[in-house]
Write a protein of this length. Structure first.
Length: 144
């Protein structure tokens, strides 16, 4: 029987391995893995309506300062821009630039290939089970 504590160690190891590989793929596009994911989130969520910094803070579950730093970095590369809204000058919506859209499509295609390759030997049932277990672990980390 597998020790329950060892499962977390394996989970941590797999997390590191996946992050490392995603960073390698993203680096080919002059991005970090988190920047590639950031562009994907902006792309995907902006189709649902305006996207603001606070939305990104919730999606990534990270501090305001971390999101602000990420926005500045990706903005400097020309992939996103902040657009002020007339009703509240303190808030800027975040949008992909044309260059950002192109970059997102390029890196996303390569990342999809990697993810498909990573999971190719798993059945749909196994993927669903894994997803549900990881979601439960994620929920457990938020309890306290």
């Amino acid at each position: 029987m597998v020790d329950r504590i060892e499962v977390i160690g394996v989970l941590h190891k797999v997390d590191n391995q996946i992050k490392r590989k995603i960073d390698q793929v993203a680096l080919k596009h002059d991005l970090t893995g988190i920047q590639a994911f950031f562009l994907k989130c902006i792309h995907d969520k902006s189709s649902e309506g305006d996207l603001f910094q606070r939305d990104l803070e919730k999606m990534f579950d990270i501090r305001r300062s971390s999101v602000s730093t990420m926005i500045s970095c990706v903005e400097k590369k020309g992939y996103i821009k902040r657009v002020s809204i007339p009703t509240d000058k303190r808030v800027n919506k975040i949008i992909l630039t044309e260059e950002g859209m192109k970059k997102h499509e390029e890196v996303d295609a390569d990342l999809k290939k990697y993810k498909q390759e990573l999971l190719k030997d798993f059945s749909d049932e196994e993927i669903k089970l894994l997803y549900n277990i990881l979601e439960r672990i994620s929920d457990s980390t938020k309890k306290e």
